[in-house]
Design a protein around this ligand. Structure first.
Ligand code: WT7
Length: 662
């Protein structure tokens, strides 16, 4: 293992928040946080009712703040209340002094930028909402969005929300097959895509990919195509229309009445990977989700009205949903939408954006920090980063070396580094280091956000004693407003229960290992399920294995993660070929191509290791623990733990001997 992945633990460096940050922080002391936190857990209903009134506009008040059950999972916040997410994110700001404030600053791959005011967003969202209605979209219908990082991605999400349609954004880096699977699973009626995507000077033929997916997705009746590059693409008459033509039609108005929806009506579905089977369509609902994202945007990032906020995520992931679109816009912030990549035209791109737009809050992932750190300090040093106040991290545990570089070289020893732990299922920050008031411990996610009741469960399935440093599994005891309500197309919440509420009865199980220290700071130790965290993106091993196994010469496969200097985790595939098949030297390329086709480039194995057999227990289970050790370069069998349940221990020796990287 390399230095970057030395496990970090309590007892390391501690940094006090600086006056520079504290001066502008919404919360003024740790005691104030503690007091509010106490209220949020002692009387959650009163606490959240107050916050819901403060942060959201309600067309009609709710009947009941909270109803919940973690055994037969059912969670409901503010049921009976009527509101609308687009109204909260856009319309409100036309009357609160922010009408001409920049809502979105779009920074294109080519370094051009465009500013959209709240009024400008309103007009565009209304027009698009009317276009959707004209194509038959009604409340509760599903609209898929397969767009690159263009402002139309944000407008599309908000247009759906405005009319009560449920969006499902599919990351534009996913393949045609992955898109097809999500269109089929969600039964989307409309797809909004682009002719092409542009990233790092390269063209991504999105419409062509969409066309391939649509061959097997008959639920989609209309395809709305954003002209990003305006190059000619195939358009199917009767199905495909151009976005810019539709929204500028004379009969399309720039006003569209808001559909007032129930607090618990679904806002979106977002597919994410789990241990087994196909990706799960995580369902988020309206009011609780918006409350969580709005409140964390304010307190975790300390956004002030004249600030410019920049989250580098893609809207295809939950971070983009919650912290590019919904959270920042709910509080009337200015949010940058960046189309490109961190290394184009050079490794100073983020810092160039920070300097040119005067960014005050910057939010990115450890993988980006590590790769930019490697490119050298001359890139950040060439730009004026003095506007920065809060710099955030999300996606995986940030290793201390990357944290220190971020703090010193980007934050100039005065910004708060906020490490935010959360998940697609959580909707909004769950653990975080609130700036200006909380001390920072490199590599620890920090303290629970308001209302979050974490508990670390030990191997006896008991809560670990506080401050013993005992590692366990991170669970949550009590519902929070922005948590997922279920999985799409999951009758009786059966899969929802099985995945999140069955390992620790009565608790929500996060899938992560963690340690709690004497200050209550929680240190994340990675996933404990068969999910690989590649560059902060969740990839299910089962999905990769299914792709590998689809090759006619492959008998079976097992995929595990291994420590990777930049990506956090890399993908290591063990492949067993069918009897009598000789491994062709180009096979790993062919297999990688299959994975790319079925999922997307991010899921391609870094290492493909052809083995004779997989280590299996007498009950037929693959012993993944061994495979993980070998993948990590640990070849000393003493460190493998108990091997006595294996059918044949020599399988392990064969695997060690044939490791491709020695
Ligand atoms: C998993 C969730 C939620 C945004 C992006 C990923 C890991 C996320 C942290 C962090 C340690 C983290 C966890 C979690 N993770 N943030 N600050 N420290 N680990 O969302 O794809 O749903 O993945 O990402 O393992 O379970 P996601």
């Amino acid at each position: 293992m390399n230095e970057h992945h030395t496990p970090s633990s309590p007892g390391g460096a501690v940094y006090e928040p600086t006056e520079y940050v504290h001066e502008k922080s919404w919360l003024t002391s740790l005691e104030q946080y503690q007091e509010l936190y106490q209220q949020s857990v002692e009387d959650p209903e009163t606490f959240w009712a107050e916050q819901a009134k403060e942060f959201l506009y309600w067309e009609k008040p709710w009947d009941k703040v909270l109803e919940w059950d973690f055994d037969d999972p059912h969670i409901s916040w503010f049921a009976g209340g009527k509101t609308n997410v687009a109204y909260n994110c856009v319309d409100r700001h036309l009357h609160d002094g922010r009408r001409n404030k920049a809502a979105i600053i779009w920074e294109s791959d080519e370094r051009k930028s465009k500013v959209y005011t709240y009024q400008g967003v309103y007009n565009r969202v209304c027009r698009l909402a009317n276009v959707l209605k004209a194509h038959g979209v009604k409340k509760g219908d599903v609209v898929a969005i397969y767009l690159p990082m263009v402002p139309e991605a944000v407008f599309s999400m908000l247009a759906c929300a405005r009319i009560g349609a449920i969006h499902t954004v599919v990351f534009s880096g996913f393949s045609a097959t992955a898109l097809r699977d999500r269109l089929q699973a969600s039964q989307a009626k409309v797809l909004i895509t682009a002719d092409n995507g542009v990233r790092g000077g390269r063209i991504n033929p999105l419409k062509a990919q969409a066309d391939e997916a649509l061959l097997e997705a008959p639920s989609v009746k209309t395809v709305i195509v954003v002209g990003r590059t305006r190059q000619e693409v195939d358009m199917m008459p009767g199905r495909d229309v151009y976005y810019h033509e539709e929204v500028s039609r004379d009969d399309i108005s720039s006003h569209c009445d808001v559909e007032w929806v129930d607090a618990e009506d679904p806002l979106f579905i977002l597919y994410t990977s789990g241990s087994t089977g196909k990706p799960k369509g995580i369902v988020h609902t309206t009011a609780g989700y918006l409350l969580g994202t709005a409140m964390t945007s304010k307190y975790t990032f300390d956004i002030r009205d004249d600030d410019v906020y920049f989250c580098t995520a893609d809207v295809g992931w939950i971070t983009g949903h919650s912290y590019i679109t919904y959270g920042p816009m709910a509080i009337g912030a200015t949010s940058i939408v960046f189309e490109g990549v961190p290394t184009y035209p050079d490794a100073g791109r983020f810092w160039d954006i920070v300097a040119r737009h005067g960014v005050n809050q910057f939010y990115t992932a450890p993988t980006a920090i590590r790769s930019l750190m490697r490119s050298g300090d001359e890139f950040p040093n060439a730009h004026d980063l003095s506007s920065l106040r809060v710099i955030g991290s999300v996606g995986e545990p940030i290793n201390p070396a990357a944290w220190e570089w971020y703090y010193h070289v980007i934050g100039h020893d005065r910004c708060s580094v906020v490490d935010t732990w959360w998940q697609t299922e959580g909707g909004a920050h769950m653990l975080t280091t609130i700036p200006g008031i909380m001390k920072m411990k490199p590599s620890a996610a920090g303290l629970p956000f308001f209302g979050m009741q974490p508990v670390v469960m030990n191997s006896e399935k008991e809560p670990s004693e506080a401050a013993t440093g005992e590692e366990g599994r991170l669970c949550i005891k009590f519902p929070w407003p922005s948590m997922a309500r279920g999985i799409w197309d999951d009758p009786g919440n059966a899969r929802f229960k099985e995945v999140y509420f069955s390992q620790y009865p009565g608790l929500y199980f996060s899938g992560d290992a963690a340690v709690c220290d004497e200050d209550g700071y929680i240190w994340l130790k990675g996933r404990v399920d068969d999910v690989i965290n590649v560059s902060g993106h969740r990839i299910g091993t089962a999905e990769i294995e299914a792709s590998l196994n689809s090759h006619p010469e492959v008998a079976e496969s097992a995929v595990v993660g291994f420590p990777h200097e930049i990506k956090g985790e890399g993908i290591y595939a063990y492949v067993v070929l069918k009897d009598g098949v000789d491994p062709d030297p180009g096979l790993d390329q062919i297999l990688a191509g299959l994975v790319r086709k079925n999922i997307g480039p991010i899921a391609k194995p870094d290492v493909t290791h052809i083995v004779n057999e997989l280590p299996k227990t007498r009950s037929g289970k693959i012993m993944r623990r061994i495979l993980r050790k070998v993948a990590a370069g640990i070849t000393d069998k003493e460190q493998y733990g108990d091997l006595s349940t294996l059918v044949d221990e020599t399988v392990v020796d064969q695997i060690i001997d044939t490791r491709p990287h020695k």
